[in-house]
Structure formats: structure tokens, C-alpha cells
Write a protein that binds this ligand. Structure first.
Ligand code: COA
Length: 215
């Protein structure tokens, strides 16, 4: 039961709370993953998953005993808006792959995705003792790329023209954040929030936009 060992029941942020999935969340998964726009942003295949594929995906990836997935809830209302997960955990090399889908369109662009990502990265480094969190994202998904950069991910390469979408070829961008740069960026954000000087040499260090959930 990896999940129980690797994740607490919940991870509480400022605007979102990550909670383990429960069976009832399947209803929302079925709606989100049949949404053509969610499919356009997240899938190599043209078009959404079929309901039976979504159910299998939910059972294995969200509820399975080895799953490293958490539901994303708006803290103020408890509404479930999406899901985030780790996969390909490589304990030998301290790395993991991150995935996130906010299925509710109305919740896009309000900072929830950045905060959920930051909570997962913090958990990976502080509690799981990992060294690297990586992800892939289609180059046309600007909202996602901006959210990941806000958290501290850097582009490290791309699978060139790996996807045909909306009449063009697009790269699949590879991004990652490493534990030491995450610590430095958090330290800087805290220093900025406290009005402290960053000191000599700080210019070259990675920075995060100051937001209180990062400090
Ligand atoms: C990608 C996703 C997790 C981001 O979460 P979010 O809560 O919507 O994003 P945030 O509000 O935290 O950050 C969005 C950033 O993009 C910007 N943005 C918002 N809408 C945008 C748009 N239409 N185009 C470009 N940038 C946009 C915001 O200004 C913000 O950038 P900033 O912090 O530099 O100002 C979420 O939108 C999502 O799940 N989308 C559908 C599925 C998906 O794309 N998953 C990722 C697959 S790799």
C-alpha cells in the first residue's frame, strides 16, 4: 500500500487542500476526461477517453494501492476541481514524474494549479526525500507552462514536433525542478516577503514570484 505510506490523508495549502481520492470522485473524473478541451491539453490521442477507459484509469491511477494521486479541493468550499499525481517513482535516483489536471474550467487561471503543484513538489522534497520532480507538457499549453514556471520548474529540453494538434506540429516540453534550487528559491521568496537583503550572488539564483504559500 504505497499510497498510505507515501501520502498523508491530506495536504493543506492556502487556497487548496489535496486529499486522497474516494470512489465517489469517479463521477467528476468521467465528466473531466470526456471534456474535449481537457483532452486537447493532456492527450496525445485525438479526442477524449471513453467512459470505460476513464473508469480503468481512475481505478488504477487514482484509487489503486500503488497510486500516488491526490484530489485537488478548493479549501473554502471543499469542491473537488481536479487531480494531481506522481508516476514513475525512481527511488534509486530520487526522481518522479508529476501530472495535474484541473477538470473544472471555472477553476482555471486562479492560482489553484500552481499551489497544488507547489504542495506536491514540497511533499516530494521534504517528506519523500526525492531529488528531482519532472513533467512533460505540450508547447501550446501556455497556461500550464506558466503555472509550472511560477512554481520553479525549468524547461530542460523538448521532444521536437512530437504532437500534431490544431493543424500544426508542437514540441513536448520537458521540465524539471531540483531539490537544491527549490530550497534556494523558497529561501529567497521568504527573504523577499520578510524584506531581507538577498545578498551578493543572489542574482544568479532561481527566483519564484513571492506568494505567501511559497514562503
Ligand atoms: C495547467 C493547470 C494545472 C494550471 O493550473 P491553473 O490553476 O489553471 O493555473 P494558475 O492560475 O496557477 O497559473 C496559470 C498561469 O497561466 C496564466 N494564464 C492563465 N490563463 C492563460 C491562458 N489562457 N493562456 C496563457 N496563460 C494563461 C496565468 O496568468 C498564470 O501565469 P502567471 O502566474 O505567470 O500570471 C490547469 O489549468 C489545468 O489543469 N488545465 C487543464 C489540463 C492541463 O492542461 N493539464 C496540464 C497538462 S501538462
Amino acid at each position: 500500500m504505497l499510497h498510505k505510506r507515501w501520502f498523508p490523508d491530506q495536504i493543506v495549502g492556502e487556497t487548496v487542500v489535496l486529499r486522497r481520492h474516494v470512489r465517489e470522485n469517479l463521477r467528476d473524473f468521467l465528466r473531466w476526461y470526456q471534456d474535449p478541451e481537457v483532452a486537447r491539453l493532456t492527450r496525445y490521442q485525438d479526442g477524449p477517453m471513453k467512459p470505460d477507459e476513464i473508469e480503468r484509469f481512475f481505478t488504477m491511477r487514482a484509487m489503486g494501492p500503488d497510486s500516488l494521486a491526490m484530489g485537488i479541493h478548493i479549501k473554502a468550499t471543499n469542491q473537488l476541481i481536479g487531480s494531481c499525481a506522481f508516476s514513475q517513482l525512481d527511488a534509486d535516483n530520487g526522481s518522479v514524474l508529476f501530472h495535474i489536471t484541473i477538470g473544472e474550467h471555472a477553476a482555471w487561471g486562479q492560482g489553484y494549479g500552481s499551489e497544488a503543484t507547489a504542495l506536491m513538489v514540497e511533499h516530494a522534497f521534504s517528506n519523500l526525500g526525492l531529488h528531482r520532480v519532472a513533467l512533460t507538457v505540450f508547447a501550446f499549453n501556455e497556461r500550464a507552462i506558466r503555472a509550472y514556471m511560477r512554481v520553479g520548474f525549468q524547461a530542460e529540453g523538448a521532444a521536437r514536433e512530437a504532437i500534431w494538434r490544431d493543424g500544426s506540429w508542437w514540441d513536448e516540453v520537458h521540465m524539471s525542478v531540483l531539490e537544491p534550487e527549490w530550497r534556494t528559491a523558497r529561501w529567497q521568496a521568504r527573504a523577499v516577503a520578510d524584506g531581507r537583503s538577498l545578498g551578493a550572488g543572489a542574482e544568479g539564483r532561481p527566483t519564484l514570484k513571492p506568494r505567501s504559500w511559497r514562503a
